[in-house]
Design a protein around this ligand. Structure first.
Ligand code: HEM
Length: 346
């Protein structure tokens, strides 16, 4: 093969993985910088003709919500991958197929879950603090706070009712919300009553999408700790309940990413550029029929691409790794935990 793939295998694998990682981080950076600016705009002014112009590109790029959002998103991508790898390798172990490869993959995924999920929770917390400083209505909506007060609660579950301006069936821990948001016991934190109805995001969607994302994060944390404990007790390969739980949790990263974005973007409403440009004012003068047609086109194309991709991945998972592919032992010295997984394999 080109470059002598077999001999240069691990090196080439490493090089191409690094290139893909750098490319992905670079692309993620610019996308998130643009999105973060729409959430926390700075470094701009109005021109005489009413358009927005940048006055300081560094301020535009490195706007206040970029660092926490970038960290949170990149870690989300790592975790999403880890959950799929964990689910696929657990599935193979349950089916007693490709055992050596699946053991290695399972250990890599457990390592990622156990180490990265706590960091992700800290990054998510930091995102919430930054949102609290710049987008208080978003935080009031995702927390389910209707009243401005000190000692805000953490609402665990509830049914936000926007017309009655309350949560039905609320289960809450008094005071914990303020503590989680780094506020002292006397500090008053804004509730939705601080904002005109026209300036509030759709509360129900933001409230629930936030809880689903956090729920997925806590599930990942539990699975990471469970996996690390099972590994330490040398029960990782034998624990069928753990493997079943991992198969069930395989899509959890996708669910967390989607609900995370819903929290961020619906939480930004009614603004396109927070506090500056309303979504209603940003509508282009395009007939509704044209918008509906292009939306339908996108739904159909994405539906086809997504289903084909999902089907292909599921087929690959069902088939398992090619038996003629070498077991990746060349870059795992014996005696390391991952190498040990191969040595132990029957
Ligand atoms: C468990 C604790 C978590 C907390 C406290 C948390 C917190 C947050 C907050 C406050 C936001 C909104 C940020 C904003 O609008 O500016 C957000 C967005 C987001 N979250 Fe989480 N999150 C958690 C877990 C996760 C997990 C496990 C994932 C994925 C694996 C995830 C993925 C995302 C994504 C993709 C966004 C949208 C991007 C962004 O605005 O940062 N989150 N998260």
């Amino acid at each position: 093969m080109l470059f002598g793939w077999k001999r240069a295998g691990p090196g080439l694998h490493f090089f191409s993985t690094c290139m893909v990682a750098i490319g992905t981080l670079f692309s993620a950076f610019w996308i998130l910088s643009a999105n973060s600016w729409m959430q926390t705009p700075q470094g701009w002014t109005w021109a005489e003709d009413g358009t927005m112009i940048a006055t300081n590109f560094m301020d535009v790029i490195f706007n206040p919500s970029l660092p926490s959002r970038f960290a949170h998103m990149v870690l989300a991508a790592f975790l999403t991958t880890a959950m799929v790898v964990a689910g696929a390798s657990a599935f193979s172990l349950l089916k007693k197929r490709a055992i050596p490869e699946s053991r290695v993959a399972l250990r890599m995924a457990v390592l990622m879950m156990a180490l990265v999920t706590p960091v992700q929770i800290v990054a998510g917390h930091e995102s919430g603090i930054v949102a609290g400083e710049h987008q208080p209505a978003k935080v009031a909506a995702l927390e389910g706070w209707w009243t401005t007060q000190a000692q805000q609660p953490t609402v665990l579950i509830g049914w936000p009712d926007e017309s009655a301006e309350t949560n039905h069936f609320e289960l809450a821990v008094p005071g914990l919300g303020s503590a989680v948001n780094n506020a002292g016991p006397e500090e008053v934190l804004p509730g939705l009553d601080q904002f005109e109805e026209a300036d509030r995001p759709p509360v129900w969607i933001v409230f629930w999408s936030f809880r689903i994302m956090v729920g997925m994060g806590l599930a990942m944390l539990t699975l990471g700790i469970w996996g690390a404990a099972a590994w330490a007790l040398k029960r990782l390969d034998a624990s069928t309940w753990y493997h079943r739980a991992l198969v069930l949790a395989a899509p959890s990263g996708f669910v967390a990413v989607l609900t995370g974005w819903i929290t961020a973007e619906v939480g930004r409403q009614p603004y396109v550029v927070y506090g500056v440009l309303r979504t209603a004012d940003a509508v282009s003068p395009v007939p509704a029929g044209s918008v509906a047609t292009s939306l339908l086109f996108f739904i159909v194309v994405y539906g086809i691409v997504f289903s084909a991709g999902a089907l292909y991945i599921l087929r690959l998972l069902a088939k398992g790794p090619d038996s003629d592919e070498p077991v990746p032992d060349s870059n795992q010295p014996p005696g390391t935990p991952l190498g040990a997984a191969i040595e132990e394999a029957p």
